[in-house]
Write a protein that binds this ligand. Structure first.
Ligand SMILES: N[C@@H](CCC(=O)N[C@@H](CS)C(=O)NCC(=O)O)C(=O)O
Length: 208
């Protein structure tokens, strides 16, 4: 059975947990306490050199890390990845956006809020992090709300259908408030969050 190295509060881990559950793929979840450095041990680094979860290990010894790459692997031949090459690129577009322009701010603001004893010097950039988090939400709101030129509102991020792009961005957007980001002025995002949450076999981030 697939082994998923995970940390329950992690949105990156949640993406993989949620996807595997929705695809009905059985997995064994191995909880690692990242705060105690459990992903930085010699043993873990020997398997996964970047020392982070989520990471998966297959029975034949193959391994994979990076949440969005793991999702792509499991979903590529399913309805959760578009078939059309251009739409596939659009799914990737949102997944790269998530990693570069969204997660580094929205997830980090939440991490700081969840760990009040984190050193002050590491929190120095928090106002900029919050500003950049709101910028990312603004991009999503414009796209989902159809506020662009000649545009239209959208039910999901890509191709009018639920896809791994929605899972990638749902993971930290739905808990953005835990990091102090208020979604009150983002109605299209709030409607989209409800739509993603209502998909079959959805699980909450708190479910292991
Ligand atoms: N880009 C990576 C980010 C992974 C990541 O930052 N994982 C965090 C938890 S959310 C972690 O394992 N941190 C432990 C550490 O850095 O020691 C992904 O999407 O999988």
């Amino acid at each position: 059975m697939i082994r998923l190295y995970d940390y329950l509060p992690s949105g990156n881990g949640y993406k993989v947990r949620l996807l595997l559950t929705q695809l009905k793929i059985p997995f064994e979840r191995i909880e690692l306490d990242i705060i105690k450095g459990s992903t930085r041990t010699r043993e873990f680094l020997g398997k996964f050199p970047n020392g982070r979860i989520p990471a998966v290990e297959f029975d034949d010894g193959r391994r994979l890390f990076e949440s969005n790459a793991i999702m792509w692997h499991f979903a590529e031949t399913t309805a959760l990845v578009p078939k059309d090459p251009f739409e596939r690129a659009r799914a990737l577009q949102w997944m790269f956006f998530e990693q570069y322009s969204h997660e580094p701010y929205i997830a980090v603001a939440r991490f700081f809020a969840m760990h009040p004893s984190y050193p002050d010097e590491r929190r120095a950039g928090l106002p900029r992090i919050i500003r950049s988090g709101y910028e990312a939400l603004g991009v999503m709101e414009l796209h989902l709300g159809g506020g662009g030129e000649g545009d239209h509102p959208r039910e999901f991020l890509v191709g009018g259908k639920y896809s791994i792009a929605d899972i990638a961005l749902y993971a930290y957007t739905h808990v953005a408030h835990e990091g102090g980001l208020d979604l009150a002025n983002y109605p299209a995002i709030r409607e989209w969050l409800a739509r993603v949450k209502s998909q079959p076999r959805h699980i909450p981030i708190t479910q292991g």
